[in-house]
Design a protein around this ligand. Structure first.
Ligand code: PBG
Length: 338
């Protein structure tokens, strides 16, 4: 009889994976409902909910349905929502005038959320794309070839003050104009809104993964394309160092939280930002990341729940302290059942 073959190994890492209990003990990263921010699309009037075809399970909500939704989210332990208004095309123009309407839909939505769930952290985007006919985040130059940086920032400051006055906790400039974080901080402070924070979309890449979102807010149909080219302001997907320049500037200008977006295809950027700053780091798992998991699951090619959970765990492991994700409600429900 040959002797039983046995390697002479002092270290056998598999010992720590032998049982579910042991694996739980050594788990390094865990998803919690408290890490999640739910992006929500809002519409005016009493209609809806309207399904967003390219984002299964995501619906545009009127303000009443929005209140019911945030109550459910709060019940699941989700601490924050990010609100995105979907305007009727007739309200859009080439300079996004409605962005500074004191009765703007998004401002009424903020008040509706705070009325329903006062403790919910409310975040609003500061950018013009829901309001412009061309779907860009700011004001175009005369030739229509680029955005006017400083003229756009002036409008963003007015938007941020209106949002602060409506009761948001965090304004989230998603426009990538130069100098906007500092200008918005100064405008908020000048209006006495010193408690309103800034969640800066700092490393926001010019990504094809935003396509379904542009369907959801209607910036694609307004512009006639969902592949709007925003590369004069959003980062080139290959540029890691340039992303760090943006993060450093936003921190120096007074951002309270910095964000990386998209999340899954940019895990290296999330890790580098996490190692670079002491500020909290947010990551945005964007519409296209959500859509591709759903699409593959529909075809039976991927398991929806497991892929969803793994995609979010990876974003957290990379260093995100909080994650904006369209899966927020589903994940929190699953965690509550577990
Ligand atoms: C626009 C904005 C975008 C997203 C959030 N804010 C799209 C864009 O830059 O065109 C994308 C979110 C998503 O894809 O889920 N300021």
């Amino acid at each position: 009889m040959a002797e039983k073959f046995q390697l002479d190994l002092p270290r056998r890492p598999r010992r720590l994976r032998r049982s579910a209990a042991m694996r739980a003990l050594v788990a390094e990263t865990q998803l919690r409902a408290a890490d999640l921010i739910a992006p929500l699309f809002v519409i005016d009037g009493t209609g809806g909910p309207e399904e967003v075809e390219s984002m299964p399970g995501v619906r545009r909500l009127n303000l009443r349905d929005l209140q019911a939704e945030v109550e459910a989210l709060a019940g699941l332990g989700i601490p924050a929502v990010a609100l995105f208004p979907c305007l009727d095309p007739s309200l859009k123009d080439d300079v996004g005038s409605r962005a500074c309407d004191p009765d703007a839909l998004v401002l009424r939505a903020v008040r509706a959320v705070k009325e329903a769930v006062p403790e919910m952290v409310v975040i609003t985007d500061v950018a013009l794309d829901p309001y412009t006919t061309h779907g860009h985040d700011g004001i175009l130059n005369e030739a229509g070839t680029d955005l006017l940086n400083d003229a756009t920032v002036e409008v963003l400051c007015r938007m941020a003050v209106l949002q602060g006055e409506a009761g948001v906790d965090l304004v989230a400039p998603s426009d990538m104009m130069d100098g906007r974080v500092g200008a918005i901080r100064a405008a908020l402070d000048a209006a006495g809104l010193t408690d309103v924070g800034i969640l800066a979309y700092s490393a926001k890449f010019a990504s094809a993964f935003y396509g379904p979102f542009r369907d959801a807010v209607g910036s694609a149909s307004a512009a006639g394309t969902r592949l709007l080219d925003k590369s004069t302001y959003q980062l080139s997907p290959g540029n890691r160092r340039e992303a760090m320049v943006e993060v450093d500037l936003d921190e120096a200008e007074g951002a309270d939280i910095v964000m990386v977006k998209p999340a899954g295809p940019y895990l290296d950027i999330i890790r580098e930002v996490r190692d670079r700053t002491e500020l909290p780091v947010a990551a945005y798992q964007v519409s296209g990341e959500y859509a591709q998991i759903h699409a593959a699951a529909r075809l039976g090619w991927l398991d929806l729940e497991r892929t969803r959970d793994e995609s979010l765990l990876a974003i957290k492991r990379a260093g995100a302290d909080m994650i904006l994700t369209y899966f927020a409600r589903d994940v929190a429900s699953a965690l509550a059942r577990a």
